[in-house]
Design a protein around this ligand. Sequence first.
Ligand code: ADP
Ligand code: G6P
Length: 471
Amino acid sequence: MRQSSLVVVANRLPVDDSVAPDGACEWRRSPGGLVSALHPLLQHTPATWVGWAGGTGPAPMLADIDGVRMHSVPLARDDVRDHYEGFANSTLWPLYHDAVEQPVYHRRWWEAYQRVNQRFAEAAAEAAEPEAVVWVQDYHLQLVPGLLRAIRPDLRIGFFLHVPFPPPELFMQLPRRAELLRGMLGADLVGFQRAQAAHNFAQLATKVLQLPATDRRIAVGERVVRIGAFPVSIDMTEMEALSGRPDVAQRATRIRRDLGDPQHVILSVDRMDYTKGIEQRLKAYSELLATGHVKVRDTVMVQVAVPSRERVEQYQILRERVEREVGRINGEFGRVGEPAIHYLTQPFDRAELAALYRAADIMAVTPLRDGMNLVAKEYVAARVDDGGALLLSEFAGAAAEFPQAFLVNPHDLEGLKLTLMHALQATPADLNARMRSMREHLRVHDIRAWARSYLTSLDQTGNLVTQLTTT
Ligand code: ADP
Ligand code: G6P
């Protein structure tokens, strides 16, 4: 077993297996914010990524990807059902996103959560050199820091939550709330997207575990666990370089032509998830079409919604509802060869995404709740021309960093329609000024700055930080 000085532990490996048109099996980058954030960062760093490769049964042996070792953790059918689809994505995910869907509690799921977390902790312990840094990611693995510390007290352990951490009123619903908090407190540093989340966590540590806590530190016996906000970001340089490529610019022009060269292209790119506010957005658009405020031919909407967590019932229901609504809107407002909405469920490569971003006059990112929302940042990074408008939900983490966006409350249908119209009618000078200042912010607060601030706080030797952020 090869060991590394940096081990990232995440439920998902950065790759998915897929079948190419010629029938060959190939691995491609999996969609989702966590992978998008960490993948560019670790390239060419001697690190190990411990995670699940997406299937069931024995773990596949994967070759290194861009110098990163892939250590796959096997999940059996029951583990996937009860840990991934169950406790992680039917209990924690909805609860942490303001319970916009009803969280479901089953005792059997909790047993699977413990069992799978134990397996990940053991895999991380195997992969880590003595005194290595182990960086545990996200809500699927909240028990890992505590379990890992019990096996390997020599390690420096970090935990980062990519999704929101809810206020005590919601978190208190969880039947196993004390264990989950204790698990996270096994880390030396617990990072969140926003200061409010760190505050919620500190309050809960006191309320549930009676621990002395501030928004920066929690005393756990002899140990001090540091906590804080570290808003995640993207690889601005990579997205800018992609978007600036002549073939990508040509592809963007081609996309607009294929859309009928309308005056306005409105784009949304989401995982098919009920947190993303897809239905609310479609409703707003449909009402604007009905009242004649926007007209097919002048304005075209492109909704990319890549299917996600497809065996979970709430996701199946959402997909059916979205597809029914897209069909209804196209039936009612489209014309032959001119649909009102172009609806795509395919995963795209990064160059195609960059071309879509360049082709879009308005990027509508209107989640009901989102830890960060990297799509919003990708759009800003891709606008090397300083053009385009970002319509952004107040409930996305990114809103705290982009006050220059067209901010909306996605629950307020009239507000959503008005702000969309405002963005459609904004002058180029206004749009340029807004985009320039968002781009300036992003240039400073990119993925390397995120890693630097988190790892400087975690690994006080400074070695890792230098290694990771100078590549
Ligand atoms: P979440 O973390 O909930 O998935 P984010 O907006 O933070 O949401 O991140 C989504 C990531 O997935 C982005 O990096 C985005 O580019 C990627 N993505 C979304 N849709 C697709 C798609 N159809 N094909 C490829 N990547 C996608
Ligand atoms: C969000 C979560 C990630 C997750 C991703 C994709 O970004 O924070 O942990 O990997 O969604 O979801 P999936 O269920 O496909 O891993």
